[in-house]
Design a binder for this molecule. Structure first.
Ligand SMILES: Cc1cc2nc3c(=O)[nH]c(=O)nc-3n(C[C@H](O)[C@H](O)[C@H](O)COP(=O)(O)O)c2cc1C
Length: 226
């Protein structure tokens, strides 16, 4: 399936066929694996995925989501969370880039030897940049925890579409209740819940919702004409 086809055929599914699909752990982890091809700030990947399949846990999630019925109907739900402390793996993230050969190791100190001095300098400089960006800037830390998971969540819905799995993004939840019920630590923010399953057979094909015309939402070069 072409990306444009997935973009056009995706719908926020209004109702699911209760347990209409069996979405096993492997299928869900594969969706997540594909979704995490998403870009992220400094490649920090500040996201976590809480997978809910168990009937009782779905009931708890349903209570956190103002009793939206689709939560109980969905075959599985993925709570996509952001990590406000994602920047703390700056050194590790930079180190991984050396290991994967991303940084140019530079000329060898002696013939036949490989120098990694230059790569280590690049990695150290990157780690410093990451720390300077977030250490004293709470707004940047919070923005990071929302921005990146939003991208991964969209990927998740597109990959699901490609595989014939319907989805619905859900932000209608009580955050304090969700934190309590699922023991989500303070450092993580629940960004969006992705419900996955088979569309309700009784519902028929959902029509496409209208989109605002481009002239209302696009500006070129600056927004002075707003
Ligand atoms: C961040 C976000 C939160 C949403 N929360 C809910 C929700 O709590 N319940 C729901 O039924 N739909 C929710 N939606 C789905 C929107 O209503 C839907 O995307 C919009 O109406 C456009 O329809 P479409 O996705 O089918 O094109 C949410 C969508 C987004 C992007």
């Amino acid at each position: 399936m072409e990306v444009s086809e997935a973009l056009r055929s995706r719908r926020s599914t209004r109702a699911f066929e209760p347990d209409g699909l069996l979405l096993g752990r492997e299928v869900l982890e594969d969706l997540i694996f594909e979704a995490t091809r998403a870009p992220s700030e400094f490649n920090l990947q500040p996201w976590r995925f809480l997978v809910v399949r168990d009937r009782e846990r779905k009931q708890a999630l349903y209570d956190c989501c103002f009793k939206q019925e689709k939560i109980r109907q969905a075959s599985a739900l993925i709570v996509v969370c952001g990590d406000t402390r994602g920047w703390e793996r700056a050194d590790k993230a930079a180190e991984e880039l050396i290991e994967t050969g991303y940084f140019d190791p530079g000329p060898a100190a002696q013939p036949g030897q490989q120098s990694i001095q230059s790569a280590q300098n690049d990695a150290r400089a990157l780690a410093e940049r990451i720390k300077n960006t977030y250490l004293r800037d709470e707004r940047a830390r919070i923005a990071m925890a929302y921005r990146n998971p939003a991208l991964v969540a969209m990927n998740l819905m597109l990959v699901a579409t490609e595989r014939g799995i319907a989805s619905c993004p859900i932000a209608g939840f009580s955050e304090p209740q969700l934190r309590r019920a699922f023991e989500i630590p303070d450092r993580f923010v629940p960004v969006v819940i992705i419900a996955l399953g088979m569309p309700s057979l009784a519902m028929g094909r959902q029509p496409v919702k209208p989109r605002r015309p481009l002239f209302e939402v696009v500006y070129h070069e600056d927004m002075a004409s707003w």
